[in-house]
Design a protein around this ligand. Structure first.
Ligand SMILES: [Zn+2]
Length: 273
């Protein structure tokens, strides 16, 4: 019954999995999942989502998401992240305010979110942020933390079967990327949000998008998500911002970051003229 803890500790000792470093920020992270396992789950989940959600045929929406997505993808490739990604950008026709990126290079943007972005720059900030969660392997990290934390709790119960264990890991990974398998969303992690803001802004700036759009976008989300409405657009925004809180600390951080990426943006913009 101590199988999983023993397995995790053995793997750590063997150095097969364990601490790695987020290359863009230098933060150390604990990972018990492999990139291949994460990608496999991302690809499978995306195939499911394409079956269950309505894919948008709106030409304008699709053109915008492809245009911005491919430029962000190119910055990610330049930074040598996600080398095995099978990149794909899909617009889902739904009033939900949401966007997500999955390991394996699959990115979804909902039309409900597109209505709220007022420029390619703002869309690039959102897509850059979601993709940065993936390049930083935040889903794998959260699944790993939960596995270690839960192992002790599970020791008193019958050990989970292999399939159940795999399902739990999958759900933890997916919910960390904003895909609420079983309708659950993990409490957000401020460290991960802040890291995704920083790395996402870098991806956007390197793709020739204005980093200052992060400030305008999140201020707009803060203004529109308040009031505790339970229906309508404010409620949709509030649902999304519950995992991406546009609080004062986040906005102050973005205001501090934006000038750092201004020169990168000005330079990159020239090649997309
Ligand atoms: Zn996030």
């Amino acid at each position: 019954m101590k199988t999983y803890l023993t397995l995790a500790l053995s793997l750590l000792m063997l150095g097969m999995v364990g601490c790695t470093t987020v290359s863009e920020t230098g933060r150390r992270q604990l990972l018990l999942t492999s990139p291949a396992e994460e990608s496999q789950q991302g690809l499978a989940a995306f195939a499911d989502i394409k079956q269950s959600e309505k894919v948008s045929t709106d030409a304008k929406a699709n053109t915008q998401v492809q245009r911005v997505g491919t430029r962000i993808r190119d910055s990610v490739i330049k930074s040598h992240a996600m080398p095995d990604a099978q990149w794909e950008f899909v617009v889902f026709d739904s009033d939900q305010v949401n966007a997500f990126a999955l390991p394996g290079g699959k990115v979804g943007v909902y039309t409900g979110l597109l209505k709220l972005v007022s420029s390619d720059d703002e869309l690039a900030i959102v897509m850059g942020h979601e993709i940065a969660h993936v390049t930083s392997r935040h889903g794998g990290e959260r699944a790993s933390q939960a596995t270690l934390a839960n192992t002790a709790g599970q020791l008193g119960q019958a050990a989970l079967g292999a399939t159940q264990y795999s399902d739990t890991t999958k759900n933890l990974i997916l919910s960390a990327y904003g895909v609420g398998a079983q309708g659950t969303l993990l409490a957000y992690s401020r460290t991960h949000e802040s890291e995704a803001d920083t790395i996402g802004m870098k991806f956007a700036a390197e793709a020739g998008y204005d980093p200052r759009a992060a400030v305008t976008f999140w201020k707009k989300m803060a203004a529109q998500s308040g009031g505790g409405q339970t229906s309508g657009i404010s409620a949709m925004i509030a649902k999304w911002t519950s995992t991406h809180p546009p609080d004062a600390e986040r906005i102050a951080n973005l205001e501090k970051l934006a000038p750092k990426y201004q020169a990168v943006y000005e330079q990159a913009k020239l090649q997309y003229k």
